[in-house]
Write a protein that binds this ligand. Structure first.
Ligand code: AMP
Ligand code: MG
Length: 327
């Protein structure tokens, strides 16, 4: 099924997209992290359409996207000083903050939680759309629930087809993995989801940040559900680059390599290299598109090299592990 795609950098596209948002429809739009499936965040019927289009369970809340920091009090309240420090330092950017919600935010958007997830995306198309719509935009990633997140307009249309009223095409997402989620509703800031803003960078500004301690707490960030961001093809993460397991005969296998792999000797039917020079930013940017290409290559199994778990590497390994969790 075809879906309507317009260039995101065109004022006429933004006007039309904003009209769709205001009238309760769905617009997919680019952000610096991944493409979002957006709706008017204060319209519960519109939010219901997002859950339906994605087949997303109602216990998984949406992130509310704002054009700038001045909009935050329209959806959140009791904003602590730490939140202001983080917003000043990292917005616009890939940092989502969990704050107490305003009553006007529909329960469906927050999955019944008394808190709301907010961020200001660092992308001109996203900002233009929110501003022109004149309302905060609730948006999860624009893909069927559980599948690899979309980083191009084509990925959105492959996954959602005509279940979205309009797709704004802004080219490939420059960052490529989702935002980092930090909750500011407890005594200490808590990391609910590692993402493209590194924990180290956040801690350099506000000091210690706790990690989500248990699966129960992690349910507050349902992007944390074990199998998420997942390919249909099973994924095995190697213990180290080049540490090949004993392969099964006749298996069609693919390799997801972090940097230029050595001595492959025809072991793989398909190989994706995330960053020839081993740069984590470049690897993150290419991660989801590479997983999608491998997933579409008719393989029995995808083998993935691990990467170092510092900075962006933490988010990359988090997404790979969720992919590798068996059903
Ligand atoms: P997605 O954009 O598909 O990654 O989904 C948005 C994610 O934001 C959810 O899966 C949750 O992890 C997180 N989130 C949204 N609202 C809240 C909230 N009130 N508390 C904690 N996490 C949230
Ligand atoms: Mg998602």
């Amino acid at each position: 099924m075809g879906s309507k795609v317009l260039p995101g950098n065109h004022p006429e596209s933004i006007r039309l997209a904003a009209e769709i948002i205001r009238s309760g429809g769905l617009v997919a739009f680019p952000t610096e992290t991944v493409y979002g499936l957006g709706c008017d965040a204060v319209n519960p019927e519109a939010a219901a359409k997002v859950f339906e289009a994605k087949q997303r369970p109602a216990f998984d809340p949406l992130i509310v996207h704002l054009a700038d920091q001045s909009m935050v009090e329209t959806v959140a309240k009791h904003i602590p000083p730490t939140a202001i420090v983080l917003m000043d330092a990292f917005w616009p950017g890939p940092l989502t903050l969990i704050l107490p919600k305003q009553p006007g935010v529909p329960d469906l958007v927050t999955a019944g939680l008394p808190t709301v997830a907010v961020r200001v995306p660092d992308h001109p198309v996203a900002q233009a759309l929110i501003r022109e719509s004149g309302t905060p935009i609730a948006a999860p990633s624009a893909n069927p629930f559980g599948y690899v997140s979309p980083t191009t307009a084509q990925h959105v249309s492959d996954g959602l087809g005509d279940r979205v009223d309009l797709i704004l095409d802004g080219g490939p997402c420059p960052v490529g993995v989702e935002s980092t989620i930090v909750s500011l509703t407890g005594a200490t800031p808590q990391l609910l989801r590692p993402g493209s803003l590194s924990l180290e960078t956040i801690q350099s500004v506000i000091g210690p940040v706790d990690r989500a301690a248990s699966a129960v707490e992690a349910m507050h960030a349902p992007g944390q559900s074990a199998r998420h961001y997942a390919t249909r093809t099973p994924v095995t993460i190697l213990s180290a680059p080049g540490a090949w397991p004993v392969f099964r005969g006749g298996e069609r296998r693919g390799l997801l390599a972090m940097s230029e792999p050595c001595e492959l000797a025809g072991r793989f039917h398909a190989v994706e290299v995330l960053s020839p020079s081993g740069d984590l930013r470049e690897a993150a940017r290419h991660l989801f598109a590479a997983l999608r290409r491998l997933d579409a290559s008719g393989l029995d199994r995808i083998y993935s090299e691990p990467c170092e778990e510092t900075g962006l590497g933490r988010a990359i390994m988090d997404r790979l592990r969720r992919c590798a969790t068996s059903l």
